[in-house]
Design a protein around this ligand. Sequence first.
Ligand code: BES
Ligand code: MN
Ligand code: MN
Length: 460
Amino acid sequence: MKTYIDKHKQRFLDELMTLLRMPSISADSAYQEDVLKTADAVAAFLKAAGANNVDVCETPGYPVVYGDYHVDDALPTVLVYGHYDVQPADPLDLWDSEPFNPVVKVTDIHPDGAVFARGACDDKGQFFMHLKAFEAMVATGNTPCNMKFMIEGEEEVGSSNLAWFVQRNHQRLSCDVIVISDTGMIAPGVPSITTGLRGLSYVEVEVTGPNRDLHSGLYGGAVANPINALADMISQLHDKDRQVTIPGFYDRVETMPQKERDRLAKAPFTLDAYKQSLDLNGIQGEKSYSTMERTGIRPALDVNGIWGGYTGEGAKTVIASKAYAKISMRLVGEQDHEAITKAFTTYFMSLAPEGVKVKVSPFHGGQPYVCPTDHPGYLAAEKALKVVYGMDALPVRSGGSIPIVALFEAELGVKSILLGFGLDSDAIHSPNEHYGLRNFYDGIRSIPLFYQFYAEGTTS
Ligand code: BES
Ligand code: MN
Ligand code: MN
């Protein structure tokens, strides 16, 4: 197996580069053709690796690429999930190279080189490890499990048509465990398995004041300015302890036992390095919680974008008619994204001062997810990483969201193992996204071991 991987290393990377040249931006309809072409390319790679029943499945949105490899009914079945769509690349001027012209460069964190391109880590580089591990397994006659692949094209826009697909394909997707490489590891060379993902409620708010833009001299001070009002309302969403003020917001947040918190505190994390990596002279967050806890086990509310009024060159004296913001809430425990969206809406409307109207539009959402560390899939991942990295993997809770993971559990009754190899510094969603070659190849080596240990653990 290792010989096969070593022998074909360069081709694996070249093929990944081919995929990275395709701008599969799901959020921007200008790239529709490219997204569809990427689905076809993924299907072709799956077929070439040895998958059967390869299908580019229509959905109301972008297609889901499916393929499988059946070995024996007596063996367990593993479903691999990933996404071939990527985030938009802008702001383009902050990239040091073209986002869809991948280049390999050495960095401090990646002395063996990293490939720079939009989607390199999230998620093309990571799901491609599974295709190449699969290819190596088939080529060397080493297939201890039945395998299924499902690579979707709408993750970055909330997977809104995936429930539709999963509901109609229970049989085709039936499996014993799901494995996903779309998260990160704690530090270079330090293996970890993500045991939690936060849920998500995402809304856009619109505040309307006067029926037209006004001269800010003739009217300033006499009517409610929607931008002032919006800023005021947003500032009321947190209290002085940086707790979210929405009534009932924390009702279904579990309190973490002290033992769990002590375990979290053992993770190799240094606040100074964190601050330095972000050029911050201080940090901010919910009182009485550590930074790891604030992203791992606590919910959060953040404005993701805010606009309105005049933002062009120079000064224009104007009171805008409308102001807008996009707001995300990251959820944990038993917090339900629909209930939270409702609670937000009621509360936010109640904050509106006289003289403005408020509209709240919900976008996509997803439920939080937790994976127990005694799950057979978790144990198999732990063993695989121990072989490759020579040390025990740490369970970590991530602040990010993959809404489909909770949906898989609800629809298929199956747990997902989050076997990610990205680093926080890989700049996913940001300019200069990259993925370490070391991480890529370590992943390709780890995945076949995962199948081996999973089969051993579930059949003996
Ligand atoms: N792969 C990420 C999520 C992620 C990254 C989780 C790193 C844990 C560690 C995924 O593609 C993503 O970006 N998810 C979005 C939500 C989605 C609905 C747009 C997110 O978390 O903002
Ligand atoms: Mn992703
Ligand atoms: Mn993403």
